[in-house]
Design a protein around this ligand. Structure first.
Ligand code: TYD
Length: 207
């Protein structure tokens, strides 16, 4: 049994996860909690190297199966080297994307199905999130934001139809795990989204 708390953030591209994670991390630190803020793909030196391979827009020949295995490999290293030890020492781990991303993007949107779940169960070795925030934003708005920011990575270049499939994948996951998922309307001002998240976190910490 781990002593810490494992919180993940999920959503389609451009939903504003990273901003909210940063704000939540600052809030929890102010409250005196020991927080580890990390991201996927990445979070450790090896996992960040794998990230570069996965997201490089020049890697056009990368197969979908390779992509799924690389995400899982990056995650396995992240769990073993960073997430598990942090949870065991009682920290709060905030992670920008985790296994649900692979299910929404690779299993649903790429159509790779159940095999993606199997390789990820192997990768995470029983280390699953206690709570997952889904930042709910119309994929069309997310796509517009990404385009406005420019310089899209290999996954972001897949376009709106792909993001819509990802969104549908997340909705199925939310139906499957209604207790773990906290859905937050992300089409609002940053501080309104943050206050909803803080409210949900306060309730969780009381438990
Ligand atoms: P990320 O850096 O979180 O991008 P963003 O800030 O735009 O959300 O993730 C990079 C991309 O990788 C993103 O398009 C989602 C995708 N991804 C997967 O397809 N599968 C996965 O398992 C993970 C973790 C990310």
């Amino acid at each position: 049994m781990s002593k810490g708390l494992f919180i993940t953030f999920e959503g389609t591209d451009g939903c504003g996860k990273s901003t909210q994670l940063q704000l939540l991390s600052e809030y929890l630190k102010q409250q005196g909690f020991d927080v580890v803020l990390t991201r996927e793909p990445g979070g450790t030196q090896i996992s960040e190297k794998i990230r570069d391979i996965i997201l490089d827009p020049n890697n056009k020949e990368e197969s979908e199966v390779t992509e799924a295995l690389l995400y899982a490999a990056s995650r396995a290293q992240h769990v073993a080297e960073k997430i598990k030890p942090a949870l065991e020492s009682g920290k709060i781990v905030l992670c920008d994307r985790f296994m649900d991303s692979s299910i929404a993007y690779q299993a649903y949107a790429r159509g790779l199905g159940e095999d993606v779940i199997a390789i990820n169960m192997f990768a995470i070795q029983g280390c699953s999130p206690d709570v997952t925030f889904f930042l709910d934003l119309d994929p069309r708005i997310g796509q517009e934001r990404q385009v406005a920011r420019g310089k899209l990575d290999r996954l972001e270049q897949e376009g709106l139809a792909f993001q819509e499939k990802v969104y549908a994948g997340y909705k199925e996951l939310i139906n499957k795990y209604p207790d773990r998922f906290k859905v937050v309307n992300a089409n609002r001002e940053i501080r309104d989204i943050q206050s909803d998240i803080v409210c949900l976190i306060k309730n969780l910490l009381k438990q």
